[in-house]
Ligand binder design. Structure first.
Ligand code: GDP
Ligand code: MG
Length: 673
């Protein structure tokens, strides 16, 4: 029976007279006679009624009174609702339960309570009490509906009902004393007018005070006044059947009290509001309902807190779902592709503040303490989500800073002249700046994020990379030095050894010393560029001396390999034996003393072997190459060992014998002619 059915009520024509609102006023049975609450339908109806997002900008009114006193009729007339009215012709009971609808043309939730007239039949006071609890916990204004003839009947059903209302109120609001009030709006029906309203209201007020005085009050509240919890309004309405037009006019006038905030008697004053945000109404209502059903003590502040927790969680979840959608576009570039997202900082800030803003918008209406805590939780959750991207971007920044560093060094070292230390300094400075600026721009406020350890790691990487580059450069330089030394040594050594003389070794060693001096000069020049320490420089010089020496020794070994020595010996011998002092080829004559010539030439030639055999340092006593475990300087001075010398001597002798025979034969030939 929750359909919108204006047409089925006899008052449909009447409603159209004043209705201006086209909003849906469909009614909902919030709870039925079996105490089943239609909790899940409430949000849908709140939406339908256009109130779900109203925040605090809605009001709530409920009606109490004996059975069949025209309550539903009044509500329908006042608020344009379509609550069931008892059919006069059949005297049929309306459907039991708590009904809710929206006031037409006003942001008002209207509650109609349909019970059995238990009090008159001495039953079902339980329903009355429960529905009173529920209504009081939600409504700002309670309309108390009674016939004029019921006024003054202190022992009557109404008084019992009022007693229940007061007791329930004390239970619910004892801690709110003086802070939150409820308006009790008495409507005296079938007010004939012979007794003025003022008299009726005085009588009622006196009865109320009497009932209040008779209540057993909670501890500490023994002296509390009825006015601490309630405000009162009284009005009368003419007989609907006997004076229908007057009834209509007065109801219309009454309506303005519920509709028009400028009306002097406007009922919905701010301090009556129960402060349930509209989007939490269903949760709150069902929470209250559960408490009532389990007959537990209903404590509104606790209910408010529970409501706040539930709703703030819901709102936070909704906010963070949208948030996750928003920021998930960052996943592919940052986490999968390892790219730097240029405006990541602003993007994260924006996404986070959007989420917080949407949370604040709804959640801030709830219990302040709960709201603050849930907001903090949400912030932590958002930060945790974002930190994944923060860390990812840091990693990518790290990578790009390393690449930047390497590229910079590589291109600078290609230039014709550079200072290595400066090149590294520049690259380090620029790459660190790139990293730091990038990292700084993605640190959000209200986080404990830091890039310190990543930065430390980066500096370690730079140190390692520059050490590597430095050692590569030094290797390159050493190679170049070796080439330079080789260039200095090769020709002069070869020339000296091809013109053997007693000066020969001194010449070679002089060249060697010059080459080293040359190399050393280059080293010292480069030392500054590589930030070389004195120790390192000493080490390099020592190395240069030794490597150059080994190079020289290799050169000498090449020049003085067996065949080469023999060649040198032969050429020397030939010079002496086959050419005369003018350098002309000798033609032997019979009178020539070939034997003496041969002997002399051979001896002079053989004398070269010991000369070649050992590097003579007598004139270069300052020369010293440091020995170590696999290098012995003194031994390196020996070029040809004893046996090698023997061997060469023998081979040379044989070769020279051939020259001798050839010379002899040439004379025989000449004389024979
Ligand atoms: P409820 O049970 O209190 O909701 O009462 P209803 O609105 O269902 O009305 C019960 C009966 O009283 C119906 O037959 C109405 O026509 C009649 N009724 C409604 N308003 C008035 C009124 O102002 N005066 C009189 N005498 N009867 C009324
Ligand atoms: Mg009714």
């Amino acid at each position: 029976g929750d359909v919108q059915d204006f047409g089925s009520t006899s008052d449909a024509h009447h409603q159209d007279r004043w209705a201006t609102d086209t909003g849906n006023t469909a009614r909902l049975q919030v709870a039925n006679a079996n105490w089943i609450m239609h909790r899940d339908d409430l949000p849908e109806y709140m939406e339908k009624w256009g109130l779900l997002h109203a925040g605090f900008d809605y009001n709530c009114v409920a009606v109490f009174g004996s059975q069949s006193t025209g309550k539903s009729t009044l509500l329908n007339r006042l608020f344009g609702t379509t609550f069931d009215v008892m059919d006069e012709t059949q005297r049929r009971q309306t459907t039991k339960g708590i009904w809710m609808s929206r006031g037409r043309g006003m942001d008002v939730l209207v509650m109609d309570v349909e019970g059995t007239d238990g009090r008159e039949r001495g039953e079902d006071q339980d329903f009355e009490r429960k529905s009173a609890l529920f209504s009081m916990a939600t409504s700002e204004v309670i309309i108390l509906n009674l016939w004029e003839h019921q006024v003054g009947l202190y022992q009557g059903a109404n008084m019992g009902l009022l007693k229940t209302v007061f007791e329930v109120n004390l239970q619910l609001f004892q801690s709110q004393r003086g802070k939150e009030k409820t308006l009790l709006f008495f409507v005296i029906r079938d007010h004939v007018g012979s007794t003025p309203l003022a008299n009726l209201s005085n009588t009622l007020q006196a009865d109320l005070e009497k009932i209040w005085a008779g209540l057993s009050k909670p501890e500490g509240l023994e002296d509390c006044k009825i006015q601490d919890y309630f405000d009162f309004m009284y009005t009368g309405l003419p007989h609907k059947v006997l004076m229908p037009e007057k009834f209509d006019t007065e109801v219309d006038q009454l309506r303005s009290r519920f509709m028009d905030p400028k009306d002097a008697n406007y009922v919905f004053l701010p301090h009556y509001h129960k402060r349930i945000p509209a989007d939490g109404f269903h949760v709150y209502a069902s929470g209250i309902w559960e408490q009532i059903m389990s007959n537990k003590d209903l404590d509104l502040p606790t209910q408010q807190e529970l409501l706040a927790q539930y709703r703030c969680d819901e709102i936070a979840n909704a906010a963070s779902e949208i948030f996750i959608d928003t920021v998930s576009v960052l996943k592919v570039p940052i986490l999968d592709k390892g790219q730097l997202v240029q405006d990541l900082g602003p993007q994260m800030t924006e996404a986070r503040s959007q989420a917080l803003k949407s949370f604040d918008k709804e959640a801030s209406r709830y219990h302040a303490g709960v709201y603050e805590k849930k907001r903090f939780d949400l912030l932590k959750k958002l930060n945790a989500q974002l930190s994944v991207y923060f860390v990812g971007q840091l990693r990518n920044l790290h990578k790009s800073a390393v690449i930047m560093f390497q590229d910079s060094i590589k291109s600078e070292l290609k230039k014709p002249s550079y200072n290595f230390a400066d090149v590294v300094d520049n690259a380090t400075r620029n790459s660190e700046k790139h990293f730091k600026e990038g990292a700084q721009s993605i640190i959000l406020p209200d986080t404990d994020w830091s890039y310190d350890s990543e930065f430390d790691q980066l500096q370690d990487d730079f140190a390692e990379l520059s050490a590597q580059a430095r050692s590569d450069e030094i290797k390159k330089m050493t190679k170049m030095l070796e080439k330079q030394v080789e260039g200095d040594l090769t020709e002069p050594t070869s020339i000296a050894l091809n013109n053997p003389s007693s000066e020969m070794w001194h010449k070679i060693l002089t060249v060697y010393k010059m080459a080293i001096a040359n190399g050393q000069e280059t080293l010292i020049k480069k030392a500054k560029s590589f930030n070389t320490s004195d120790e390192e420089l000493d080490e390099s010089v020592k190395n240069l001396v030794k490597q150059s020496w080994l190079l020289l020794r290799r050169k000498i070994d090449e020049e003085l390999a067996d065949s080469m020595v023999l060649l040198k010996l032969r050429s020397k011998f030939e010079d002496k034996f086959r050419y005369d002092d003018e350098g002309l080829p000798r033609v032997w004559k019979p009178e020539d003393d070939i034997d003496a010539h041969f002997k002399k030439a051979r001896e002079e030639t053989l004398a070269l072997i010991p000369l070649f055999a050992k590097i003579d340092t007598t004139r270069d006593s300052d020369l010293e190459v440091e020995s170590d475990e696999d290098f012995d300087f003194a031994r390196s001075l020996t070029v040809l060992g004893e046996s090698k010398q023997q061997d060469i001597t023998t081979r040379f002798k044989r070769e020279s014998d051939a020259f001798y025979l050839e010379a002899k034969r040439s004379i025989v030939a000449t004389t024979a002619k």
